[in-house]
Structures are given as C-alpha cells and as structure tokens.
Ligand binder design. Sequence first.
Ligand SMILES: [Fe+2]
Length: 365
Amino acid sequence: MNNNVTLIDVSGTKPREQTFWPTVVLPKAQIDAQIESLASIDRPSDGRRAAAVNHPMNTGPVPSFAPGIDVHIVVLKPGEKSEPMLRNSSFVDMCIRGTGTVASGEKTFQVEKFDVWNTPSMQPVVYSNNGNDLFVRLSYSNTPLLERLEVHYIGQMQAQMSASEDDNVLAEQQRNARNAAKPILIGTEGAQLMGYEWLVDIDTIDSKMLHWPWKEVSPHLNNVYGLDLKYTGRHLYVLYNPATERRIGTSHSFFATIAKLPPGKVDKPHRHTSAAINYIMWGHGKSVVNGERIEWQEGDLHFSAPGWSVHNHASREEGFTALTIQDHPLHIAMESLLWQETLKSPILKLGSERGVQTNLAALGG
Ligand SMILES: [Fe+2]
C-alpha cells in the first residue's frame, strides 16, 4: 500500500471549469432493438435481463446517463420473476410495455404502460410477469453517486432487515437515551452541542413504495395541457411522495414529473444545477441545450438538461407528454440547488430563499 499522502498547493488557482455532458437522444428504435435482444438471450443466472443507458461522456465507475442518474431498460419475459435484492440505492420506475406485478413486503400491485412507482432504499422487490407480452420498465436510480462514493451496498435477502420485538424494546430505550442527552446551547443563534445519541437515533420518516397508475394520473394532465400558452410555468405535475417533505420528490433523490405541453409551447431558456432526463411518452418536440439543437419524438429517451446548462424545450404541432427525472431533491438536501428561471432572473438558491413565481394566479388557474 502506497501511503504517500501528498499536499497540493492550490493557492491562487482558479475554480475548475465544469464539464457539461452534451445533450443526447437514445432513439426509440435503439431501445426497441435492445428490448428484443434482451428477450432473446438465455435467462441470466440472476434472472435480470437489463441494459444500462450509458452517456458517451461517462467515465464510470458504472454506466450512467447523467452524472448522478442511471437508467436501465429491464425486461421480464412472460412467466419470469426477478430475484429480490437489498440495496441502499433508491429507484423510480416507469412501465413502458406489457404488464407486471410488483411485490414488496406486504404490498403487491399490478402495473401497466406508463404507471410509475418508487422503491425506497433497502426494500427488496419481486417483479413478475404474468401477462402474455414482455414486461418492460425504465428504472432510474441514484446508483452512480453511491458508486462514486464507494458505498453502494448490495446484499442478499438473507440479511435480517425487520426489527424483532427485542429490537423494538431496545429502540424505545435508545429514544430514552437520546432524551437524556440534553442539547447544550452555544451562543444565541441556534448553535448547539448534542450527544452521540442524536447521531444514531435520528427522527424517522415513513418511506413507502408508492404507485401512480397511469389510469388515475392521465386525466389530470388535461388540466396542464389546457393552460394558456402565456403561462410562465411548466405544464406538468410532480409525482409527489410525502416522505420527501419540502424537497418535493418522488424518491429521496429524484423527482418524477409528467408534462403535457399544448401545441406551439416554447419554454423560456433557463438553467438549474439538477440534471434532467426526459422520456417522451407521446408527441414530439425540440430543445436547445447549451446552444445545441436537438429533436425527439415518442419513445425516445433524452438527456435533456445537463446540470447548469441553459436549455429550453418546445412542443410542435401536436404537443407532447414526457416523464422527466431530475435529481432535484438530492440538491435541496445538499443546499446546492441553484435555479435561474430566465436568463434575466437572479440565480436563486431554492429552499433557502423565496422561489420563482409564475403567473398561474393571474391566469385564474
Ligand atoms: Fe429545465
């Protein structure tokens, strides 16, 4: 082991210029061909037929489509079932073909095309395909960041995860321990000293797997589709998971939104430190990202907003519907979510200062 720790003199060095991954589209034809190819191979030993979408600029350590977001195309043939795994990564999934059953703990639900669901960390899931067609899903996770931190935990199901009665009694005693470790105020502005008990017994929040069936979601999209073209916000709904609280996410790392833009809508160029990936569910449109023009259509997967790149999207003659995954809640947790709504607007640190105001109230929406 080379133990030569070095010191690097960085006095007076300029900030490192950020490398923006360029906008790219993975076309539907390539996704479809990959699905057929995954369906044609012999069943892998772990039963997982999956392809990772890899951006050409990615340097690893694992395939990813945005620096902190990976997307897998996962296929299950009729009659097949997936192996449950324990992972500390969390997921947002959308079914893009066929139907399947999602089972986790005591929860089981059926999914079909365009249904979305989240999977909390350390919650093993069994997917099964009881239908006649392939069950295909796009699966997004925060794996690339955990792998970069070298802390992506993947374990077998045998690990004991549920608390026993003894554990619960112990937990109650620990809460007593926390209460016994009284915080000590330092100064008058809120600084405190807290005992170790506060580090290892943090307040919990019920982190559940939630399901947004397309049948229930799609009628509401007509509300945003019908908004006036002068609306200055985005024609979308976020699929909100209350466990993410003020970070307005679908998982603790990502939000998923479904947008339905009317024909002829052109968003104002803007930027945010969160990165975005769009899956085009219907229609077509075009974007300008970091000065580069790009077009996309139904079934394409678009790396639509590299973090802090100026971009805007526009619908064409029929409008479009798209799923956007963005690592927005992660940035709010890190206090790193910078947002510039138009290029003339101030750069806001969302979550710490008053946010962007749209004209929704004025439009009577
Ligand atoms: Fe954006």
